[in-house]
Design a protein around this ligand. Structure first.
Ligand SMILES: NC(=O)c1ccc[n+]([C@@H]2O[C@H](COP(=O)([O-])OP(=O)(O)OC[C@H]3O[C@@H](n4cnc5c(N)ncnc54)[C@H](O)[C@@H]3O)[C@@H](O)[C@H]2O)c1
Length: 326
């Protein structure tokens, strides 16, 4: 596999580090005259590209890659709008031999995988409900350093589409497809993009679970659970993301590690990996696992579980929340 990375900003360091440690052949990055990704695609002709550009530059670059038969690993979110993502989805359907994967790496966290396996097994009884909090700190310097992050037209939104989308994705992946949402958003810091979002989500009574590294398919053991969700970047510090799931027989808390408190008093802890060098703690430690899985499946011809449809689930939830708060 000859791989190129397009977009050499903050997140690209974890992609470059993963490619190096996995021994993949990095043949070009979007520097110099390759800053125009079409020149890179036409001259270098990579087999796959990692797209690490701002949100509004995901789909244009991905469409050009697809048109040339180049596999795509796309950073989250799929796009800054559902309309743009739909355009990519249509192009991907026209090019079924080209893989498109979405970088929702937290599905590969040990804690996420273990929690999902436990919930799918039914051994903890029905899910009663869940809560999730994302309480992070993004100050003016963060938005000044990369102005697109604060511009609706380029980012598509604030905390929800940029930071908390991972946690929204995990909630629907762990508890089932979302059938109903009520939400409110806040602009407490006075920026163009929102800094705070609260939502109540109803999950499907039964339904097919999405893809991911854990068991695919199956039925939810816990019909009709509800989750509550709170996310902000107006917090003074970056607190660990916390997801708490209550079932009939246990409480599961993901806060870095997964802690399972059984009703009979037993406590189990499943330790999470530490973040990769070069990455930020709050990105988690799973980019490399996702990237390794993406290439393993390209080699074997298996479908990558977080494809465009799967990656768009969280984007559709984000879109619905924004629509509710126009
Ligand atoms: N998965 C995660 O945990 C995670 C973490 C951080 C960022 N991200 C995502 O990664 C993406 C990039 O975020 P970032 O913080 O690294 O942004 P950034 O602004 O730091 O970097 C983006 C880079 O892309 C370049 N660029 C812009 N348009 C381009 C184009 N058309 N062709 C080539 N290069 C182009 C810019 O010059 C810049 O160097 C975003 O989608 C973001 O949401 C994901």
């Amino acid at each position: 596999m000859r791989v190129a990375v397009i977009g050499l900003g903050t997140v690209s360091v974890v992609h470059l580090a993963a490619l190096s440690s996995l021994g993949l052949d990095l043949v070009a990055t979007s520097e110099g005259r390759y800053r125009d990704h079409r020149v890179l695609l036409d001259e270098v002709r990579p087999d796959a590209v990692h797209i690490c550009t701002p949100h509004d530059q995901h789909v244009p670059v991905a469409l050009d890659a697809l048109a040339r038969g180049v596999h795509v690993l796309l950073e989250k979110p799929v796009a800054h709008t559902v309309a743009a993502a739909d355009e990519l989805l249509a192009a991907a359907k026209d090019n079924p031999s080209v893989a498109v994967g979405v970088c929702l790496q937290n599905r590969y966290n040990l804690a996420s995988v273990a929690a999902r396996e436990l919930l799918l097994s039914g051994s903890l009884g029905p899910v009663i409900g869940a809560s999730a909090t994302v309480m992070w700190h993004r100050d003016d310097a963060y938005y000044q350093a990369r102005p697109w992050r604060g511009q609706m037209g380029r980012s598509g939104g604030g905390v929800l589409i940029n930071q908390a989308i991972h946690t929204l994705d995990l909630l629907q992946w762990l508890l089932g497809d979302v059938t109903d949402i009520s939400s409110q958003i806040g602009h407490f810091a006075g920026r163009e993009v929102e800094d705070t979002v609260t939502a109540v989500l109803d999950h499907a009574r039964v339904g097919p679970l999405g893809g991911g590294p854990a068991a695919a398919g199956g039925k939810l053991p816990a019909p009709g659970a509800r989750s509550v969700f709170f996310s902000t970047v107006a917090n003074a510090v970056d607190s660990p993301v916390t997801i708490e799931i209550t079932t009939a027989a246990a409480t599961l808390v993901i806060r870095g590690d997964l802690t399972i408190r059984h009703a009979d008093g037993r406590v189990e802890v499943i330790a999470e990996r530490r973040a990769e060098s070069g990455g930020r703690d709050y990105w988690g430690a799973s980019h490399e696992l996702l990237i390794a899985d993406f290439y393993r499946r390209l080699r074997t011809g298996e479908a990558f579980a977080i494809d465009l449809e799967e990656g768009m689930k969280s984007l559709r939830l984000v879109d619905e929340i924004y629509r509710q708060n126009i």
